[in-house]
Design a protein around this ligand. Structure first.
Ligand SMILES: C[S@@+](CC[C@H](N)C(=O)[O-])C[C@H]1O[C@@H](n2cnc3c(N)ncnc32)[C@H](O)[C@@H]1O
Length: 341
């Protein structure tokens, strides 16, 4: 992560976002971030915010929440930021970037399906919990030779379709795993049955990603919220009771603790602590006679010790997918592609 403390840092951050992160993904955000980087009045407003709240994804989502048209030109963003700053600022301060991307289930599925079932899924940093339902979505994996592996729930094709290009030979299943228990932990769990939380999730999807927005809406409509234990808590301190609950309520299931796009929110000592904590917790489960695994799906630079175990590179797929501390491949950040090592 780049710093956003000084004015110079902030300008650099938005330029980087425009030229690297949004490039090829969102022409609107390329223009907006470049616009902010050169706009003294807007930069002055952003400097009023706590450092962690100055990030483009949060500022842009809040401005869209208050009516900035997206896709749309920088002038529309500027008008909302300057004209409605008090309201936009309140939204920025009360909300967080919590993008919940069901497409990431396409990255997780080959690992989940290879474990003895049924599974007890425990996601840390779950947001609204959409990645806790890999058994409720339809998958289409395509390879470079034109082959397609279609996997659907037992009840037939689902409204939420996850499409993923694969290279290498991931162990793609024929059937979806059976899930006996689902639980999640998040600093601020989102309630998908609340129209406001669901609308905020839509704001976090980048403007031109219409396919993701459709998928999100389908998934929100499909997932039965009452079947998940979603608790407020910090993954570094509050996981123990949820592990105990999973063991109690699904004693015969294979416990899978996983996280996708979460550890970037932790500082370096926090990430190291997490690796130790999850290792010890799962060892405790195994010592007690249970089966337990840890899946990490995080940006390649987030846990370098895991990425260093990879035996291949992923190209555009730059999330390191790892099982029990060993990289197995690389996944696109939203699950659009998967490279198996
Ligand atoms: C980018 S979202 C990813 C959500 C989900 N894992 C997915 O892939 O769709 C990151 C989530 O991690 C949560 N989070 C960040 N730090 C956390 C912590 N220390 N403990 C628990 N949750 C945390 C945030 O609140 C946010 O909902």
């Amino acid at each position: 992560m780049h710093a956003m403390d000084t004015l110079e840092d902030l300008v650099g951050f938005y330029r980087h976002f425009s030229g690297v992160e949004a490039k090829g993904e969102s022409p609107t955000f390329v223009e907006w971030a470049a616009g902010v980087a050169g706009d003294e009045e807007v930069l002055a407003l952003l400097q009023e915010l706590p450092t962690a709240k100055r990030q483009p994804n949060l500022v842009f989502a809040a401005a869209r929440w208050h009516g900035a048209p997206a896709p749309g030109p920088y002038a529309g963003l500027r008008e909302v930021l300057l004209g409605q700053w008090e309201s936009v600022r309140t939204t920025i301060l009360t909300r967080a970037t919590q993008t919940n991307e069901p497409g990431r289930c396409a990255s997780l599925l080959p690992l989940l399906a290879g474990m003895p079932g049924p599974l007890a899924l425990l996601e840390v940093g779950a947001s609204g919990g959409l990645c806790l339902h890999p058994d409720r979505y339809s998958y289409r994996y395509t390879d470079g030779a034109g082959g397609v592996r279609a996997i659907d729930p037992r009840t037939g094709p689902a409204p939420t379709l996850l499409e993923c290009r694969v290279s290498g030979t991931p162990p793609l299943p024929r059937e979806l795993p059976q899930i006996a228990w689902r639980g999640g932990l998040d600093l601020h769990p989102l309630d998908l049955s609340s129209a406001e939380d669901a609308a905020w999730l839509r704001m976090l999807v980048w403007p031109e990603h219409e396919d993701r927005r459709r998928r999100l809406e389908a998934a929100c409509a499909e997932v039965p919220h009452e079947s998940v234990t979603l608790l407020e808590g910090d993954l570094l301190t509050d996981l123990g009771p949820l592990v105990a609950q999973a063991r109690r309520e699904a004693p015969d299931a294979t416990l899978v603790v996983f996280h996708t796009a979460v550890l970037a929110y932790l500082d370096e000592p926090g990430r190291q602590l997490w690796v130790r904590e999850v290792g010890e917790l799962l060892e405790g489960v195994r010592d007690g006679g249970g089966r337990a695994h840890w899946i990490s799906n995080e940006g390649g630079g987030v846990l370098p010790s895991l990425a260093a175990t990879a035996t291949c590179r992923g190209g555009e797929a730059d999330f390191c997918l790892a099982l029990d501390g060993e990289a197995v491949g690389w996944a696109h950040g939203h699950g659009r592609s998967l490279t198996w090592c």
